[in-house]
Every structure is written in structure tokens, then in C-alpha cells.
Design a protein around this ligand. Structure first.
Ligand SMILES: Cc1cc2nc3c(=O)[nH]c(=O)nc-3n(C[C@H](O)[C@H](O)[C@H](O)COP(=O)(O)OP(=O)(O)OC[C@H]3O[C@@H](n4cnc5c(N)ncnc54)[C@H](O)[C@@H]3O)c2cc1C
Length: 495
């Protein structure tokens, strides 16, 4: 498969768009677990480009710290980290783990909010080298490996006149994103990411590779579509169904004081219900510096409507529907018809100064049918956030039908998330306390949780709210069938 190098790390610092894209992470102050003397065979290595480091190796801690995407690193230490160069080495790693009695955790891009891939003991398999992509314009499909960034996929697809609902942040890889669902660009119309997964190659606990969805493995494809951190195999490839690339993309932004958040939500809900095709409706709640030195920051509510059309005239026609009614004209600031591309919607999220990351972060999100109330609670939380980078994102959708053949089974019209983002380790405690308070503030309005943005180490009870009861039970039964000896870790909080 063709591989794509990372984009140059030249993008700007935190901007409006980068804040919007800064969907979050996890952080608390961590005292590193002491490097215990390895109990198992610590000389096992992989040849060539494959890497294995064991606890006690001189550079082990450097490798461990390099696993998460963010600066905060969970205080959990695997016994060894293996970075296989190819499928043969991946198989060798799994068989070695079985033979040594090591439980296995998988990492594609390390963006998981709870750093679920970092477990105490066992083997961490890092799929860093699995970042290939192939696009077939004729069938409007793509085959991707798990460490491929959403942005890299998007660039390849654009060349072929195609698009896919990749994450809003450029660096989010396809592996964990698709496995847990994928609430990405124009998701209300292009679908939840995992709904576009038409096939997958999975390496099972015994080292065999199977095609999920092939006869006898239909259940496996069902699980690939949404099991998230509860999956019981290694996804080495996804096959995706893509959408035609819109030829005229326009960003429209309307800024209001946070006090009007409920009205803004109602306005945007009306637009969504109106059934405008290919329109993404989101809101950002963020703090702006006060109007004078020493003045307290002002919390703003920024409505962002992105139109995915095929011509400027179609975009203008659709914008007229957005501008109809009283709300748009009451914005304290607005900018309309700003030309955009899928890439420009994403790339602002890359912050070279921070080494591509956003420092330290922790996130809590909910699905809700009570978006105005949840957004009001989020605005209140943002107004007393300890870090100026902390923000909330609200996304609205019309379509909430779930395909029957997907494990992904929690979805509602509103998606509300509080994203704590800060820089210094010394601020971990206060920011984590804020994040935990924001989770409690949002939860009363939740109809469900999103497995990709759920810290189940802290709240394992919320796992069942990320799935229907039927899907959760079916997933656990499939785990017993496909991984009877429990090689792979279960959900955080359950193993
Ligand atoms: C900056 C940022 C922006 C984000 N934006 C969005 C967004 O717009 N929309 C959205 O829906 N989500 C978003 N997310 C959340 C994101 O979808 C999840 O963090 C997702 O888990 C990241 O994928 P990953 O490959 O980095 O997973 P990792 O962190 O590498 O892995 C997480 C877990 O997934 C499982 N896993 C991962 N890869 C595999 C594999 N190949 N085979 C088997 N199991 C695997 C493992 O259980 C692992 O512990 C964002 C996160 C961040 C940090």
C-alpha cells in the first residue's frame, strides 16, 4: 500500500479553528510507576524496522511517553512495547504474548482520551508503521491502515474527487476513530465513520487473519463498527465507502454572547430540522480575553455552519436559508461564505509549536436530546474554566437512525462535549477537577455516551451507556468466541 508522510509541522498556534478542532484528551498528574524488574523474558526482539522495548531497558520510559498523542501520560506501564514493521511481525508479537502470558493492548494513533492503550503490565502493540492508503475512484472506495491520519486520507480522497467523514482534527488516525464510531466532518450527511466501513482485515488472538464480514465472520464486521476500546482483535485494514467531494465548501460563523446559548441552539436546531442537505452545524463555547487589561474573560458562543455544495450559487442559496429569521442578524460578529476545503477545515488543528498536540487535555462528551440545556450547562462550565484554552463543542444532527449491522448504538440529535486543554503539569489537578465537574454537569442531560470520548477508567459504569443493552451483551459474547483465552484487554475499567 502507498504510504503518506506527515504534513509539515508549520501550521499556526491556537486559532479559532484550531480551538474548534481541539477535541480532547486526558490528563492528571502522574507519578510514574517505578520500573519494575521484568519478570518475563526481556530479551525478545523483532528484526529490521520492528522495535521491542522492555521495562528496564534504558530507553523504555522514552518509548512509553511517546505513545500518547498528548503531553500527559497515564501512570500505567506495560511490560513491553512492540512496534511491528509488518503483518508478519505483528503475528509474531501476538504469538509471543500468548506464549509469555502477556495481555495485549493495541495503539493506532494514541489519541484515546483515557489512553486506553496504556495498561498496567502486558504488551502494548504500537501500529505506527501501518499507515498505508489506497483509493479506488471507480468504486468510490478506499482501503486504509489504522495509523493513517484522517487528514492524509482526506488528501488522497480529494485527488480522486472523493470525501469521507474523517475527524475534525488532522492528526486523528483511522484506527481507533473508526473502531469507536467516528463523529467527523459532515457526519450528519456522510454518516458516522464506522457506518462507511464495508469490510475489515482483522488479526485474531491466534495470529490468523480473517476478513470481517466474510461468511462466518459477519459478527466480526458488526463489532468492528463501533466496539471501540472493547474490541478483541487487531484491525489491520478497513475498507471504506466514500462520498463525492463537494466542489464548493463555505464556512459561516456567527458570534453571540454565551448568555444567548439556548436561543442559538434553538435557532441551529431549526436549521438542522429544516433538512438542509450537506450542511454541518456546530457550536463552540470559548473564553475570549476581557475587553480591558485585568477585565475577566468573556465567554462566547460561536455558531459555525459549513455548507458542502457543488457551486457558489448553490452555497449562496443555502446561506439565504441560514440568514432567514432574526438570529443571524443579531450576531455581534459574523463572517459568511468563507471559501474552505476539507483540508482547510482540518489543518488549522495542527499546532507545530506544541509538537502537533494540544498540551494536556481531558474530555467528556454526551449524546443528548436536551441540547439547549446541556449547552447552557457547558457554557457555565467554560465560563469558570481554569485554562483559557478550555472550550466546549456542540454538534447538531437530524439523522439518528442506526444501521442494524453496527455495534455503534448510542446516538442522539445533540452531541455536547467539554474539552479541558492546558499546558503545565503543575495545573493538572485543577484542570482535571474541572473536567470531572463538567462530566457531572453534562451527565443529567445525557441519553448516551460516546465510547471514543469516554474515560472508563474513571467511570466504568458509563460504558453501558455507550451501547444499547443488546449490543453490549452481544459484544461480550463475541469476545468469548473470538478471544476465549482473553489475550486482548477488555474495555478500560473492566480489565
Ligand atoms: C485532538 C483530537 C481530536 C479528536 N477529534 C475527534 C472527532 O472529530 N471526532 C471523533 O469522533 N473523535 C475525535 N477524537 C477522538 C478519537 O476518535 C479517539 O481518540 C480515537 O480513539 C482515536 O483513535 P486512535 O487510533 O488514536 O486510538 P488509540 O488511542 O491508538 O487507541 C485507542 C483504543 O482503541 C483500540 N484500538 C485502536 N486501534 C486499534 C486497532 N487497529 N485494532 C484494534 N483495536 C484498536 C484499542 O482498544 C486502544 O486502546 C479526537 C481525539 C483527539 C485527541
Amino acid at each position: 500500500m502507498a504510504t503518506k508522510s506527515r504534513p509539515d509541522e508549520t501550521a499556526s498556534g491556537i486559532s479559532r479553528r484550531s480551538v474548534l478542532a481541539a477535541l480532547g484528551h486526558l490528563g492528571i498528574a502522574s507519578l510514574l510507576a517505578g520500573c519494575a524488574v521484568p519478570r518475563r523474558e526481556a530479551t525478545w526482539r523483532l528484526p529490521g524496522e520492528g522495535v521491542v522495548v522492555h521495562r528496564g531497558d534504558r530507553d523504555f520510559e522514552t518509548w512509553r511517553r511517546a505513545m500518547p498523542w498528548q503531553d500527559w501520560v497515564a501512570a500505567r506501564t506495560p511490560e513491553c512495547i512492540a512496534r511491528p514493521a509488518d503483518r508478519g511481525q505483528l503475528r509474531e508479537a501476538l504469538l509471543h504474548a500468548r506464549q509469555q502470558g502477556l495481555r495485549v493492548a493495541i495503539k493506532s494513533g494514541g489519541h484515546n482520551v483515557s489512553e486506553a492503550f496504556l495498561r498496567e503490565g502486558g504488551m502494548l502493540v504500537d501500529l505506527h508503521h501501518f499507515n498505508g492508503v489506497e483509493v479506488d475512484a471507480a468504486t468510490a472506495s478506499a482501503t486504509v491502515e489504522p495509523a493513517l491520519w484522517g487528514r492524509d486520507l482526506s488528501l488522497h480522497l480529494s485527488e480522486a474527487g472523493l470525501a469521507f467523514p474523517v475527524a475534525h482534527c488532522a492528526t486523528v488516525p483511522m484506527g481507533g476513530y473508526l473502531l469507536g464510531g467516528g463523529v467527523g466532518i459532515n457526519t450528519d450527511h456522510w454518516g458516522i465513520g464506522c457506518h462507511g466501513v464495508t469490510g475489515a482485515e482483522v488479526m485474531l488472538a491466534d495470529g490468523t487473519t480473517v476478513d470481517a464480514g466474510s461468511p462466518g465472520h459477519e459478527d466480526l464486521l458488526w463489532a468492528v463498527r463501533g466496539a471501540g476500546t472493547g474490541f478483541f482483535g487487531v484491525v489491520t485494514r478497513y475498507k471504506l465507502r466514500c462520498a463525492p467531494l463537494p466542489r464548493d465548501v463555505r464556512e459561516n460563523v456567527f458570534v453571540f454572547p454565551a448568555a444567548r446559548v439556548a436561543e442559538v441552539v434553538q435557532w441551529l436546531e431549526g436549521l438542522v430540522e429544516d433538512g438542509m442537505p450537506d450542511t454541518e452545524v456546530m457550536m463552540l463555547l470559548a473564553n475570549s480575553p476581557g475587553p480591558a487589561p485585568g477585565a475577566p474573560p468573556v465567554t462566547l458562543c460561536i455558531a459555525r455552519v459549513v455548507l458542502f455544495c457543488d457551486s457558489e450559487s448553490a452555497s449562496r442559496e443555502r446561506l439565504a436559508r441560514v440568514l432567514a429569521g432574526p438570529m443571524a442578524s443579531q450576531a455581534v460578529f459574523s463572517e459568511t461564505m468563507k471559501a474552505a476545503t476539507i483540508d482547510s477545515l482540518m489543518i488549522g488543528s495542527v499546532d507545530a509549536a506544541r509538537g502537533l498536540g494540544f498540551g494536556r487535555s481531558h474530555v467528556n462528551t454526551i449524546w443528548t436530546a436536551r441540547t439547549a440545556e446541556a449547552a447552557t450547562a457547558a457554557a457555565e462550565m467554560v465560563s469558570r474554566a481554569p485554562s483559557p484554552k478550555t472550550h466546549a463543542v456542540i454538534s447538531l444532527r437530524k439523522h439518528k437512525a442506526l444501521p442494524e449491522d453496527a455495534c455503534f448504538s448510542a446516538l442522539d440529535r445533540g452531541f455536547v462535549g467539554c474539552y479541558g486543554v492546558w499546558d503545565k503539569a503543575s495545573d493538572d489537578a485543577v484542570n482535571i477537577a474541572w473536567s470531572e465537574a463538567s462530566r457531572e454537569a453534562l451527565q443529567p442531560f445525557a441519553s448516551g455516551n460516546y465510547i471514543n470520548e469516554l474515560d472508563a477508567f474513571r467511570r466504568p459504569d458509563l460504558l453501558k451507556r455507550a451501547f444499547s443493552a443488546e449490543a453490549f451483551a452481544r459484544l461480550q459474547a463475541l469476545r468469548k468466541r473470538y478471544d476465549p483465552q482473553g489475550l486482548f484487554h477488555d474495555f478500560p475499567g473492566l480489565s
